[in-house]
Ligand binder design. Structure first.
Ligand code: NAD
Length: 339
């Protein structure tokens, strides 16, 4: 059986990445849509053969509980709406995929996790890289200590934002933050799978060069992480600088992904030579992995706890900046995993 996915929010990511990827998935398919824009209903119905009974708006969304075609609800809305729709989806008895960043704060992450537990549904983050072969190779090299102990990791996840100053990503009420909550999540994730450890502390700095454009949200942030084993971690995220990379220096070699978190194909190399993996849609792999988790009880590669962990790190980074770069301790339960 293929599981039916309903996409909630038909913006850029749903339109250009998720819906096309769902045409190739093996264990799930695009069964429904939830949109606040009536004009999109017909277009999506025509493009993807979605029956009228599987089309919802934000008002009647809860009726999805009665729709057996829909197994998974994928929340692809502005960040401030993630918690509300993830919780409503869980209450409707649907498995949930929640886009990054998981929510606006840690309390909302807890509320999503609890709602999914109470409803007995699975919860996955839209962290596509965990299904991506270059990323999986870095995880393997680190776990198997192919180059010995990791001593240093640095990750950059950044782009230069030149779009409308009215976009929701620049509106703190809708986004919850700037570069850090958007691209910074990738840098944080990179440091964690690039070391195989959760951090034990973080210190951070903020830089602003275009205050008229970035009125409410952070433009550029750097942060330094400490890890139990002594690895030195460094990250940069920005909405004003172009960079996308993960580099790890190990006892007997190194690895590098550049780009490391885009969905144009990743590329990478190690001190042993070029990495060369087949390129497939990351979104296809990600949604199939989540469907397999539901169908065959394979591991959940990006569980809700991982999204919450990253939100705790985001909160610590903002707290450090607020306190002049003061070191913030982090203490994760083992159940938060290393991803
Ligand atoms: P987008 O701006 O292209 O689309 C947002 C959608 O939300 C639109 O369809 C819009 O109509 C709808 N919406 C509903 N209420 C809105 C409101 N009050 N203000 C603005 N839009 C509203 O955004 P996107 O790039 O598709 O991002 C959506 C989510 O997906 C975000 O959480 C983002 O972080 C995430 N995302 C993840 C990835 C990834 O690689 N995993 C990539 C892109 C986006």
């Amino acid at each position: 059986k293929k599981l039916g996915i309903a996409l909630v929010g038909l913006g850029g990511y749903s339109t250009y990445q998720l819906a096309p990827a769902l045409q190739d998935t093996e264990h799930c398919y695009l069964a429904g849509i939830v949109t606040g824009t009536p004009a999109k209903e017909q277009v999506w119905s025509d493009n993807y053969g979605i029956p009228k009974k599987n089309i919802y708006n934000y008002g009647n969304f809860d009726e999805i509980a009665n729709n057996e075609d829909i197994d998974i609800v994928y929340v692809v809305l502005p960040n401030s709406m993630h918690a509300d729709f993830s919780i409503r989806a869980a209450k409707a008895g649907k498995h949930v995929i929640c886009e990054k960043p998981m929510a606006m704060n840690v309390a909302e992450c807890d509320a999503i996790i609890d709602a999914c537990k109470d409803a007995g549904v699975k919860l996955g983050m839209g962290y596509r890289l965990h299904s991506e072969p270059y990323t999986q190779e870095v995880k393997r090299l680190v776990k198997e200590k192919t180059f010995g102990k990791v001593n240093y990791v640095t990750a950059e996840a950044a782009y230069r934002s030149l779009g409308s100053p009215n976009q929701w990503r620049l509106d703190k009420k809708l986004s919850g933050g700037g570069a850090l909550v958007n691209m910074g999540v990738y840098a944080i994730q990179s440091l964690i799978y690039g070391t195989g450890e959760n951090p034990i502390s973080v210190s951070a700095q903020e830089f602003s060069t275009r205050p008229k454009y970035f009125k409410e949200t952070d433009e550029t942030i750097t942060a330094q992480f400490e890890f139990e084993s002594g690895v030195v971690g460094n990250m940069m995220t920005s909405h004003n600088i172009r960079a996308n990379r993960l580099f790890g220096s190990c006892e007997r070699g190194w690895y590098e992904l550049d780009p490391a978190s885009t969905y144009i194909p990743l590329a990478g190399r190690t001190s042993n030579g070029e990495l060369n993996f087949e390129q497939e849609s990351q979104q296809k792999l990600q949604m199939d992995d989540f469907a397999k988790h539901i169908l065959f009880d394979t591991p959940n590669l990006a569980p809700g706890e991982m999204g919450k962990r990253d939100m705790m790190i985001i909160a610590a980074i903002y707290a450090s900046i607020k306190n002049g770069g003061a070191k913030q301790s982090l203490n994760f339960e083992p159940s938060y995993g290393f991803g």
